[in-house]
Design a binder for this molecule. Structure first.
Ligand code: ATP
Length: 275
């Protein structure tokens, strides 16, 4: 990313009002940078606006105000074709690619890089092989997309995004369908890829403990404080934001302990660890 990464400059996120519904401003005054070579995790309670923020960053919906800068250039000034070369996104929505093989799905990631002939070259095939290999999906290459488990599909969609050779990789809750070892593996893989490929990786997750252990930087979206009170974004190294994370996720008798990175439930006679 030429060292600049992706920068939010005084951004507000949400949804403009329509005839019967007023505008929904989820968070405002957002300022943060996702840097190349670093894994940034985006945390926040359900409904706080994580998916909305990621969609805004990828240009899938406009910010209500402010600017999203990619490599120092305002996202609104970048053509969709240029954006597809530098930003890859893996969203939570199911992708209907049931009749394509895994290799074909991953090859779709090369689309922004193909010339006018739209033909894959040997170099493109090599990138596809690399993406399959690093995501551990080479053995699935000839399977159909429709035959995959949720966890396998998640890896394949990550491979497709990597085949795009982006400078910014954005993933929305990639761990949600994975078993515990696979969650650790995926976040560890993303952390490694960030470093080895000098890639800016921004990933939203509900895995607080893993996110705090593996992330280089943490973005916390606590969510709106009330109906007319948009939230903001808290940014820092994992150790710096752990107590704010605790406050954002505390609910009733449930407490997130920033020291142990575990949830505990306060009982009448004491606390029980549950995380
Ligand atoms: N298209 C839309 N129009 C209006 N409001 C929306 C739209 N999409 C989402 N919202 C609202 O925006 C808020 C934030 O939603 P979002 O999906 O960004 O949260 P999230 O942090 O990703 O949640 P979760 O952790 O549950 O996935 C929610 O109140 C949601 O109802």
């Amino acid at each position: 990313m030429n060292g600049a990464g992706m920068q939010l400059v005084d951004v507000a996120i949400g949804y403009p009002g329509r005839r019967r519904s007023p505008a929904l401003v989820l968070a405002e005054n957002l300022g943060a940078t996702a840097r190349p070579g670093r894994l940034t995790t985006l945390l926040g309670p359900n409904g706080s606006g994580k998916s909305t923020l990621l969609r805004t960053i990828c240009g899938l919906q406009p910010p209500l105000s402010g600017r999203v800068m990619i490599d120092g250039v305002d996202g609104t000034e970048i053509t969709p074709a240029q954006l597809a070369k530098s930003v890859a996104v893996v969203l939570t929505e199911r992708v209907d690619a049931g009749f394509l093989s895994v290799r074909e799905i991953v090859s779709l990631g090369r689309t922004p890089h193909l010339g006018v002939s739209a033909r894959m070259t040997a170099a493109d095939y090599a990138v596809v092989d690399w993406a399959l290999e690093v995501t551990g999906t080479t053995a699935l290459a000839d399977r159909l997309g429709g035959e995959l488990s949720d966890g396998q599909r998640q890896r394949v969609m990550t491979a497709r995004a990597l085949a795009q050779q982006p400078r910014l990789l954005v993933l929305d809750e990639p761990t949600s369908f994975l078993d515990v070892p696979s969650r650790v593996e995926l976040l560890d893989l993303l952390s490694r890829l960030a470093r080895e490929q000098d890639l800016a990786v921004l990933v939203s997750t509900h895995e607080l403990e893993l996110a705090l252990r593996l992330a280089d930087d943490v973005w916390l979206l606590p969510g709106p404080a009330g109906p007319e009170q948009p939230g903001s974004l808290i940014v820092g190294a994992p150790g710096q934001v752990a107590s704010e994370i605790g406050a954002a996720f505390d609910r009733g008798r449930l407490r997130f302990d920033p020291q142990t990175l575990q949830f505990t439930v306060a009982d009448h006679g004491g606390t029980d660890r549950i995380g």
